[in-house]
Design a binder for this molecule. Structure first.
Ligand SMILES: NC(=O)c1ccc[n+]([C@@H]2O[C@H](COP(=O)([O-])OP(=O)(O)OC[C@H]3O[C@@H](n4cnc5c(N)ncnc54)[C@H](OP(=O)(O)O)[C@@H]3O)[C@@H](O)[C@H]2O)c1
Length: 339
């Protein structure tokens, strides 16, 4: 899309997820997001979920019964030893992602890791090294980037439809009660890695790199951040103003604003849903009309992309390569160091 007259929005190039070759998936960590993932695969793809592994056999069994998964394993090791499994979806809590991913690669499996890829950039780089050594696919399930809506947005950005982009405003705030794992410092709680990774990844998608990060936080409890505002600048001085919180529900919207036009992505910007592109001066306004959806309506796009790439002998996605996950965590590391 190189037409900057903005007569119409480009069409999403995302292939139909149903057409993706079927892989045999193993689910590692049968929690909340794992259930949404299996639901999305069953509803929207031909992917086969063949096994689930938990640290506790009864939890694996309950998940398997609820989601019609044929095999339940009472340890992660047993899941990784299962020859029926081609690819492992890692859905454990953040501190386990690095070791789970490296163990899965050592067992010869392909891997899709829930975000964040690791606790920090150093851990993410260890996964990158292990992936290259194992010659297996590894991807971060930053599902937003794989949605058809984001393919349209990428085409607009790549085609220069917004003119020179100066500003990104992005927010992800959700109220959680203190009984949620996001309040547990032992599980790297706080908004940064669960919610903040979305605004950071969006800013990275637009600007590529940052020369300055300034962050300010408010605690939710001792040793736990509640909300963060961050100002990121690139070498040209362009700015991303980001916010994330677990203390209240905030708009969760995003704006990408250039000299010629502005993109308004309504909240939650990271899920399926509509956006508008408004030309400077207010006309025309182009609408991307998509029904707002949740994880169940979108997690499968990253899985289908992994299946297509693996079938073609590829070990990394171009839509969201591992270096993007590392770059997101480099920003998160800097924010954390300032709080
Ligand atoms: N893409 C998205 O929209 C999205 C949404 C929510 C969460 N996530 C990501 O998904 C990951 C899991 O989040 P969740 O909300 O699904 O969490 P959850 O419901 O608490 O599930 C996490 C699973 O991890 C396993 N686990 C391993 N070590 C653990 C430990 N020390 N403490 C607690 N659980 C442990 C548990 O399985 P067993 O003990 O049974 O093995 C548990 O079922 C997070 O990293 C999060 O960032 C992504």
């Amino acid at each position: 899309m190189t037409d900057t007259t903005l007569g119409a929005l480009p069409i999403a190039r995302t292939p139909d997820p149903v057409e993706a070759p079927a892989l045999r998936w193993g689910i590692l960590g049968p929690g909340w997001i794992a259930a949404r993932f299996v639901e999305a695969l069953h509803a929207n793809t031909r992917q086969q979920v063949v096994a689930v592994g938990s640290r506790d056999h009864s939890r694996a069994g309950a998940f398997a019964a609820q989601w019609a998964v044929p095999t339940a394993h009472g340890s992660y090791e047993a899941l990784l030893d299962d020859p029926q499994v081609d690819i492992v979806y890692i859905a454990t809590t953040h501190p386990s992602h690095r070791d789970n991913a490296i163990d899965a690669l050592s067992a010869g499996k392909h891997v899709l890791v829930e975000k964040p890829l690791a606790l920090d950039a150093a851990g993410a780089r260890e996964i990158v090294t292990a992936a290259a050594r194992a010659d297996r696919f590894v991807g971060e399930a930053m599902w937003t980037k794989f949605l058809p809506k984001f393919d349209v947005i990428r085409q607009l950005l790549d085609g220069g439809a917004l003119g020179e982009i100066r500003t990104v405003l992005a927010d992800h705030g959700e109220f959680f009660t203190p009984d949620h794992r996001i309040y547990d410092p032992e599980l790297a709680g706080g908004p940064l890695l669960d919610l903040g990774t979305y605004p950071i990844a969006l800013a990275h998608m637009v600007f590529g790199s940052f020369t300055s990060v300034i962050a300010h936080g408010q605690p939710a409890a001792p040793e736990l951040t509640g909300q963060i505002s961050a100002l990121l600048s690139d070498a040209a001085g362009n700015q991303a103003v980001l916010h994330t919180t677990i203390l209240s529900d905030t708009p969760t919207s995003a704006v990408i604003s250039g000299r010629d036009a502005t993109l308004h992505i309504g909240g939650p910007f990271f899920m399926p849903g509509p956006f508008t592109l408004t030309r400077h001066g207010g006309s025309p306004v182009l609408h991307y009309d998509e029904k707002p959806g949740t994880q169940t309506d979108g997690l499968h796009y990253a899985a289908a992309e992994a299946a297509r790439l693996i079938a073609n002998g590829r070990i990394e996605s171009e839509i969201h390569p591992l270096r993007y996950a590392v770059a997101t965590l480099e920003v998160a590391d800097e924010i954390r160091s300032q709080l």
